[in-house]
Design a protein around this ligand. Structure first.
Ligand code: SAM
Length: 489
């Protein structure tokens, strides 16, 4: 059962952001409903169901939250079910049309309630590595088509970043979408049109390809490689929009064999507070980790030293949504750590508390190789902090990005945050063979100059444009090498 302390928690856990009725009406007005069986898989307050009232097709609506579920929206054409979409598997020979705004949230709530089902879906469709609820919702949607050997359409509002994220896992998801569907239309929606949504959204309409290529009317669709798509009324290159197969760039994963990643919530647990001694920090952290019944309030108290927190976000009131969200994430880390009893004793060992010089003095950062081995612990912290190069991990069109050198694996803002780090010593062994070939073909500069080259790229107009054009841009450099003599900003 969902444990929750406030409405804010529930909104976040269930991914509850409701589509304004005028957007629902305008989407419904654009669709040719033919004789589709129409399914709204997570209808929330029911604006899509209301917008569909005039459509006489048979309709099914599903909503998990029993406090939102309202049977009053039923009519002679509409059946509503208060259930989990992942438990919904109709048997039908009708063509299907899915419409709605699936929950979005990372990590997905379904990973706690329907892990088996999600594992099965991600394995079957080879979309491993993503942890986003909207991705799983789309997988389950397509699975319903496949299990019924039917076709139809999907009309979902989703975060733009789902289609733009150029990490290898999301690339796989986007390729899966291209394999399974024809992209009919994409229309941008400002997140600000929704309450409490800051990220940009799109209305995505897809035609699900037939599995069997024998169906003549859709035969061509199933076989063709789609190259263009209509985005906001204009014909655009689909791969370019999806940031797929960009032969113009070398992504950071193809430069380095191994990088490390910190995280703000992780740091807020494992990093001491300003002024706190190593012993005080060790005692405080041990109190957190040894408390198997720890709840949000206790965690909130124990994250403080001298009424101060490491993270600025905790200057906000305890009840605020931001603070509650962050505490939930930190609590999930604590619970993950507690699953591995052999790690717990490591918190008693002072050698695992590494001093880190920051602007306001020395802090201590708990590091331990066993933490890395705990597969439940999602972050790839460097267990042996060392002189490192840091580069921005997840630049968005508006992010402030950091590139530089640090004594350990923290940048000058203390936070490894969303920064990735690479140990400086032994860099030659950590560069991929292909990258080394590319570098040597283009320059006689030593491989250790790679870091300076990355810093140079980060200051170019090319990098600024890449950030602007991609909502989520995982760091990459242009494939066309820029010789030393031309490197001027
Ligand atoms: C982004 S809101 C959108 C609601 C509605 N479709 C709209 O457009 O206003 C997502 C909805 O999904 C519901 N939800 C979350 N997980 C669900 C699940 N596993 N099965 C069914 N509904 C779910 C949430 O309670 C929430 O109402």
């Amino acid at each position: 059962m969902l444990e929750r302390k406030s409405v804010q928690d529930k909104k976040f856990i269930y991914g509850q952001f409701f589509t304004p009725i005028d957007i629902c009406n305008s989407i419904v007005a654009q669709i040719d409903f033919q004789d589709y069986l129409v399914i709204e898989p997570s209808f929330g307050t029911g604006n899509f169901i209301k917008a569909l009232k005039k459509i006489k097709n048979k309709k099914i609506g599903i909503e998990l939250d029993n406090e939102l579920f309202s049977a009053s929206l039923c009519d002679e054409n509409t059946e509503l079910y208060n259930m989990d979409f992942y438990d919904f598997m109709p048997k039908t020979n009708k063509k299907l049309l899915f419409i709605g705004n699936p929950p979005f949230r990372t990590p997905a709530y379904s990973l706690t309630t329907h892990k088996h089902c999600i594992n099965k879906l991600t394995k079957e469709y080879d979309v491993l590595g993503c942890r986003e609820e909207a991705v799983f919702f789309i997988l389950h949607t397509i699975d319903i088509f496949r299990r019924n050997n039917t076709t139809g359409e999907i009309h979902y509002i989703i975060p733009t970043s789902l289609l733009k994220n150029n990490s290898k896992y999301f690339d796989r998801f986007k390729k899966f979408l291209k394999e399974q569907c024809f992209f009919k239309n994409i229309i941008s929606i400002q997140g600000s049109e929704f309450d409490n949504v800051t990220q940009d959204l799109v209305y995505l309409s897809l035609i699900v390809k037939p599995e069997s290529t024998q169906e003549t009317s859709l035969f061509a669709l199933a076989n063709q490689e789609q190259t263009t798509v209509i985005i906001d009324g204009k014909v655009c290159n689909l791969n370019e929009y999806l940031c797929l197969e960009n032969n113009e760039v070398i992504p950071f994963q193809k430069i380095f064999k191994k990088t490390f990643l910190g995280s703000v919530p992780c740091e807020s647990l494992l990093m001491s507070v300003q002024g706190e001694s190593i012993h005080q920090f060790k005692n405080r952290l041990c109190k957190i980790i040894s408390n198997n019944n720890i709840d949000i309030e206790t965690l909130y108290k124990l994250l403080q030293y001298n009424n101060k927190f490491h993270l600025k976000i905790f200057d906000e009131p305890f009840e605020s949504e931001l603070v509650q969200k962050k505490l939930q994430v930190i609590l999930s880390y604590v619970k993950n750590i507690q699953l591995k009893p052999d790690i717990i004793s490591e918190f008693e060992n002072l050698n695992n508390y590494k001093p880190i010089q920051v602007r306001d003095g020395t802090r201590f950062y708990f590091r331990c190789a066993k933490l890395k081995k705990n597969k439940n612990f999602v972050y790839e912290l460097n267990p042996n902090p060392c002189k490192s190069f840091y580069f921005t991990g997840n630049p968005s069109h508006s992010s402030t990005d950091y590139f530089g050198y640090c004594e350990y694996d923290c940048n000058r803002n203390v936070s490894p945050g969303a920064n990735r780090t690479v140990p400086i010593d032994g860099i030659e062994d950590n560069l991929t063979e292909n990258f080394k070939k590319w570098w040597k073909k283009n320059t006689s500069e030593p491989l250790s100059n790679v870091f300076e080259y990355l810093i140079y790229i980060s200051r170019t107009q090319w990098y600024k444009d890449m950030k602007k054009n991609n909502k989520r841009f995982y760091f990459a450099i242009p494939k066309k090498f820029i010789p030393l003599e031309l490197r001027k900003i």
